[in-house]
Design a protein around this ligand. Structure first.
Ligand code: ADP
Ligand code: ADP
Length: 232
C-alpha cells in the first residue's frame, strides 16, 4: 500500500510550461527513495508537492491515503544548509519543532525537561552528546548537519524530506553522515525522500532511485537498488 502516491501529476508555475509532468509513482511506508537529476529537473518541486507546499496543476497527490492540502505536519525536513539558529544552543535548535508542532507545542512548557531528554538521546545517536550545550557556530559543517537531521526527526515525523543534505560537505564527512542517516533510518523506519546530485549517495542509501530529466521534469528511469544492505 502506498504511503506517498502520485497519480499523473504535473505542475506548471507559469500556466504554460510544466516544471514537472507525468509523475506516477508510489512510495511505501518505511521506504527510502532518492531522486537524482540535473538542476531544474523538478526535484524541489517534487518535494514541495509531497509536503503540501505546492498543489499539483493536474493529477493527484496523496499521503497516507489522504489528498494533500496545505503543509503536512508529519514531515521533517533538512536542506543543504543546516540553517541552525545561531543564538540558540544545539539542544534548543533540535527542540524547535516541538515548540511549533502540535501536540507537542501545547505540552512544551510542562514537558520541556522530558523533551530535552529526547533531544539529548537523539544527539547522542549521531555522536553529538558533548555538543548539546554549544552554539552552532562552534561546530564544524558536518556536525551542524548532524544537528539539523536531529531537528528534522525530533517530532517523530513519518516522512523525512532531505534536499541535498550533504551537498556542502567534504567527501569524507559526507560518507560518515550516510552511515549516520542509515543507522537512524534502520532504527526508526520513517519514510525518506532524498534529493541529491550524487548517484553514489543515492545508490548507497536508497531502496529505489528515480532518475529525472529536465525541461520538462520527468522520471526517466526507476532503479531498484539490489545491493544487499543490512536492515535491523
Ligand atoms: P531542481 O530542484 O531539480 O533544481 P526545481 O523544482 O527547483 O528543480 O525547478 C524545476 C523547474 O521549475 C525549473 O525550470 C525552475 O526554473 C522552475 N521553478 C521552480 N520554482 C519556481 C517558481 N517558484 N516559480 C517559477 N518557476 C519555478
Ligand atoms: P567539516 O569540518 O565537517 O568538513 P566544513 O566543511 O564546514 O565542516 O569545514 C570547512 C573547514 O572549516 C574545515 O577546515 C573546518 O575545520 C573549518 N571549520 C568549520 N567550522 C568551523 C568553526 N566553527 N570554527 C572554525 N573552523 C571551522
Amino acid at each position: 500500500s502506498a504511503f506517498v502516491d502520485f497519480e499523473a501529476v504535473a505542475l506548471s508555475y507559469d500556466g504554460q510550461d510544466n516544471a514537472i509532468e507525468g509523475i506516477d509513482l508510489s512510495i511505501a511506508e518505511g521506504e527510502f527513495v532518492a531522486f537524482v537529476g540535473p538542476s531544474g529537473c523538478g526535484k524541489s518541486t517534487f518535494m514541495k508537492l509531497c509536503t503540501g507546499l505546492h498543489a499539483p496543476t493536474t493529477g493527484r497527490v496523496r499521503v497516507d491515503g489522504e489528498p494533500v492540502n496545505g503543509p503536512l505536519k508529519i514531515t521533517g525536513m533538512a536542506f543543504q544548509n543546516a540553517n541552525l539558529l545561531p543564538w540558540r544552543t544545539v539542544l534548543d535548535n533540535v527542540l524547535l519543532p516541538l515548540e511549533i508542532v502540535e501536540p507537542y507545542r501545547r505540552q512544551f512548557r510542562r514537558r520541556r525537561e522530558e523533551f530535552a531528554g529526547w533531544a539529548r538521546a537523539l544527539l547522542n545517536t549521531v555522536g553529538l552528546a558533548d555538543y548539546a550545550d554549544k552554539y552552532p557556530w562552534q561546530l564544524s559543517g558536518g556536525m551542524q548537519q548532524r544537528a539539523s537531521i536531529c531537528r528534522a526527526l525530533i517530532h517523530r515525523p513519518r516522512l523525512l524530506m532531505l534536499d541535498e543534505p550533504f551537498g556542502a560537505l567534504d567527501a569524507f564527512t559526507r560518507e560518515e553522515l550516510w552511515c549516520v542517516l542509515r543507522d537512524l533510518w534502520q532504527a526508526q523506519r520513517f519514510t525518506v525522500v532524498l534529493v541529491t546530485h550524487d548517484l553514489r549517495e543515492a545508490a548507497f542509501l536508497a531502496d529505489t532511485v528515480y532518475v529525472m530529466s529536465a525541461r520538462p521534469g520527468r522520471v526517466i528511469e526507476k532503479r531498484e537498488i539490489a545491493l544487499p544492505r543490512p536492515r535491523s
